[in-house]
Design a protein around this ligand. Sequence first.
Ligand code: ZN
Length: 140
Amino acid sequence: MKIICQHCLSINNVPKKDEYKKANCGNCKNSLLEAKPIELTSSNIDKVLNNSDVPVVIDFWAPWCGPCKAFAPVFTNTAMGFPLKALFAKIDTEQEQFLGSRFKIRSIPTLIVFKDGKEIERVSGAMDETNLESFVRKFI
Ligand SMILES: [Zn+2]
């Protein structure tokens, strides 16, 4: 399956397994198991959405939004629980206003889940770690 490296955004081919002990990026050699949210922009979003065989969960946020900032550590911590199962990404809608309008973001934070390049679910408002984890698990 195709996996986007969260360090250098290159496309890796990784065999699909239930558990992984070790998986390194063929390009930058960093571990693909260190799951952390990546920053998306209009220049890299289509590459990521179209080349990830695992669901992509995007947090649309902005620096001026208090609830978004409170939600950020929840999102980062939850990402660590899904190495090679889901790709967590963030879009700063202040910097990337084009993407905010492309995905019709009306309130933040908004989470959108993409699979095979298509939106399959969206939810607005922050969640705690328990709720976010079970939300993401539905798509795996
Ligand atoms: Zn890499």
